[in-house]
Design a protein around this ligand. Structure first.
Ligand code: PBG
Length: 329
């Protein structure tokens, strides 16, 4: 038989140590951000049926979860407040005593500067109609009036101690409006992590139970992006950076890995990706049925998101994944 050199890719796959040596993608706990829900006026944490293991926290249980995340090496938290009372303009969003502001202050008291405290900035958890902004008579979210509400909310969140605000409402000009508002209120050091690229996605379903922010009528199609489009994501990201975004986010993650890659190749600020509630629920439900290996699926999806180009990953598995990584390295 003729001898000839054969390409053998399997040489570098032979042992776990060789595979580890040549691995291109690594996950670090410090790059994870844990989304947390805190609800006003509850005595015990409330489970969320569509998100097994995730709860609506009390102020106390939130502090505990933050301490655990910090101990596991998680990089940050993003806070979603669920107020006891809602109204048309989302008054609780920028109330200095609103639940988000209280929770942000609690978190800073608990973890200081050890964890990055991010505040999700939108009105949908605070409005009685469940929309992300102020509505006109036809139920359309009015852009510039909404920006005024966002600006005031950013200042309240900064005053409470947020290191970063994360506008998620997809209004045009929101990053610029927040940058000006924060700077003129003396919060030039508070960063903006823009949900620059946010699709109108069915994967937000479970979140709307968790945050109690489902729209009472209509949908978010008039401001969130159409899943069929990619080019406008680059416009969104570039515009947000121009308006002063310190970081940009792509959301959801798994169905939009191509978008993560293109955004990461386009901008030079850090890129975050949000592994959203539906992605979490999908894997948890399949694992609960014994159809998927839960831990492997968690790590494989996080690795895929990272490999696509996300430097930072928001995930409900942050604390658990951080522990898994520490246990294997
Ligand atoms: C609110 C907001 C949503 C999510 C994050 N911020 C829901 C929405 O836009 O309807 C979704 C997060 C998730 O599904 O995990 N503006």
């Amino acid at each position: 038989m003729t001898q000839f050199p054969q390409v053998r890719l399997r040489r570098l796959r032979r042992t776990p140590a060789i595979r580890r040596l040549v691995a291109e993608t690594t996950l670090h706990p410090a790059d994870f951000v844990l989304p947390v829900f805190v609800k006003e006026g509850i005595a015990e944490p409330q489970p969320i049926s569509s998100m097994p293991g995730v709860v609506q926290h009390t102020r106390d249980s939130l502090r505990k979860a933050a301490a655990e995340a910090a101990a596991a090496g998680v990089g940050g938290l993003i806070v979603f407040g669920v107020p006891a009372g809602k109204d048309g303009r989302g008054s609780q969003a920028d109330d200095p005593d609103g639940i988000s502001q209280q929770a942000i202050a609690d978190l800073r008291a608990e973890t200081g500067d050890d964890l990055v405290v991010m505040a999700d900035l939108c009105l949908c958890e605070y409005t009685d109609h469940g929309h992300c902004g102020v509505l006109d008579e036809e139920g359309y979210v009015v852009n510039d009036q909404t920006l005024e509400r966002y600006a005031s909310t950013a200042i309240a969140q900064a005053r409470a101690g947020a290191h970063m605000v994360a506008p998620s409402g997809m209004m045009d000009g929101q990053v610029g409006a927040l940058r000006i508002a924060l700077d003129s209120a003396g919060y030039a050091d508070v960063a903006i992590c823009a949900y620059a690229v946010k699709y109108a996605s069915a994967f937000y379903g479970p979140f709307r139970e968790a945050a109690e922010g489902a729209p009472k009528f209509g949908d978010r199609g008039s401001h969130q992006q159409d899943p069929r489009n990619a080019a406008e994501s680059l416009r969104e990201a570039v515009l947000d950076v121009g308006e002063g975004a310190d970081m940009v986010m792509v959301k959801p993650a798994l169905a939009y890995l191509d978008i993560i890659r293109r955004v990461a190749d386009t901008v030079s600020v850090p890129v975050a990706a949000y592994q959203v509630s539906g992605e979490f629920a999908m894997a948890e439900a399949a694992a609960a049925n014994g159809w998927l290996d839960r831990e492997r699926v968690i790590m494989e999806t996080l690795t895929g998101i990272r490999r696509a180009g996300a430097g930072i990953i928001l995930t409900y598995w942050a604390t658990e994944a951080a522990r898994m990584i520490s246990a294997t390295t």
